[in-house]
Design a binder for this molecule. Structure first.
Ligand code: COS
Length: 382
């Protein structure tokens, strides 16, 4: 549901101030500690950030895709690790339940997801099923009124904090592709479910990814999300939405970096003048600005299309492809404009340069987005 313009503007203003006043000052500390302080997580819960996309009847704000992207852009103006703390509740960890859950499933879990009491994770990727996500090998074998889950998931965001996982597992081993896969809502406390240690990563310290291991985990039949064999399509539709959300964060980071570049280039003097007066510096700023504007236009247009009820598989892939590649170029130019200062830790530019690298990989690599864009374009005849 779309907020009225005034409420939407108030929300965006509140998030912008929270980012500027509370999050930006502690970016470096969060990266050093590899943890977001508990009092900041509590403030995020109080602001309603965990429930941005959860329907109002379950305590969320029920943002439209466009409004979610506008908030995502604001959240992008700081270290992406902050957004990640509630990103799975807003996106891939909750949206399968929101889109395909039964009324009973929704009533049981969505209120706690919206409030942030319950953190959710999306468990699709496996050691042998990354881009080829239809080939998941985690098995779910029916045994009376339970499914018995066995297997391992990899690089699962927020797994170490999650109380509920949306797990894609193979219910029919005779069907090799997505048609043999079903989705399940799996509470963390079921016996046999264990979590690996957080991986050491290139960037986004403070956000964690871990393995999730299932050893004869008995999941009640009523926890299946959608019908048997529908799990892959659940995952793909969740990702259509998630890819637009990630695009918006890429835009926010790019806009922040451009602002930082302008401030630095205006103040930094070489050859007796501010480096912003040099046309070669201006050229980099112009390229970054133009590309960030293009990504914003593409993503918001795609979000509005989704809000009007249309399929956005192509548009979400195109937005994610363009916005994630764009922010990589913008971050690279930012390091160049800052020069030596861009390479040392104090200025935070090298940290954002590392942080944005994952955007070209998770929720589908750029190459997978190209595959999706090409397939959809061929299907549509142009
Ligand atoms: N919405 C609804 N249905 C979809 C869909 C979408 N966005 N994408 C695919 N499907 C359906 C297809 O229509 C097809 O249905 P039928 O069997 O009824 O025809 C089925 O799902 C299988 O689709 P497809 O044949 O395209 O599957 P592929 O195995 O070729 O793989 C890609 C599709 C590569 C696009 C998919 O595996 C993918 O997105 N991979 C990347 C996964 C990813 O993002 N991982 C990150 C992990 S989450 S952080």
């Amino acid at each position: 549901m779309a907020l009225d313009a005034e409420t939407r503007d108030q929300l965006i203003d509140t998030v912008r101030r929270f980012v500027a006043e509370k999050l930006r000052p502690i970016e470096a500390q969060v990266a050093d500690d590899d943890a977001v302080p508990p009092e900041i997580l509590a403030e995020m819960r109080a602001l309603g950030l965990y429930g941005l996309t959860i329907p109002e009847e379950y305590g969320g704000l029920d943002l439209s895709m466009e409004d979610e992207c506008l908030v995502g852009i604001e959240l992008g103006r700081t270290s992406p690790a902050f957004r990640s703390a509630f990103g799975t509740n807003v996106g891939i960890g909750s949206q399968g339940l929101v889109m395909f859950g039964t009324p009973e499933q929704k009533a049981k879990w969505l209120p706690d997801i919206a409030s942030g009491e319950l953190v959710t994770s999306f468990a699709l990727t496996e050691p042998e099923a990354g881009s080829d996500s239809a080939s998941v090998q985690t098995r779910a074998t029916r045994d009376g009124d339970v499914y018995v889950l066995n297997g391992a998931k990899r690089y699962i965001t927020n797994a170490n904090k999650a109380g509920l996982f949306t797990v894609m597992a193979r219910t029919n081993p005779d069907i090799r592709g997505g048609g043999g896969v079903s989705a399940f809502l799996v509470p963390r406390d079921l016996p046999g479910l264990s979590i690996g240690k957080p991986e050491k990563k290139m960037g986004q310290q403070g956000a964690h990814i871990c393995d999730v291991i299932f050893d004869n985990v008995r999941v009640p039949v009523e926890n299946r999300l959608g019908g048997e064999g529908e799990g892959f399509k659940v995952a793909m539709q969740v990702l259509d939405r998630g890819r637009l959300h990630i695009s918006s964060v890429c835009i926010g980071v790019a806009e922040r970096l451009i602002t930082d570049c302008v401030a630095y280039a205006t103040e930094r003097k070489q050859f007796g003048q501010a480096i912003s007066s040099f046309q070669l510096i201006q050229g980099m700023i112009a390229d970054s600005k133009t590309e960030a504007m293009a990504a914003r236009a593409l993503t918001l247009e795609s979000a509005r299309k989704r809000d009007s009820g249309q399929s956005v598989t192509l548009e979400a892939a195109a937005s994610k492809y363009y916005a994630s590649e764009m922010v990589g170029r913008v971050a690279d130019r930012a390091v160049q404009i800052f020069g030596g200062a861009g390479y040392v830790a104090d200025y935070g530019i090298e940290r954002l340069y590392r942080d944005v690298r994952i955007f070209r990989i998770y929720e589908g690599t750029s190459q997978i987005q190209q595959v999706v864009i090409a397939r959809e374009t061929l299907k549509r005849g142009g």
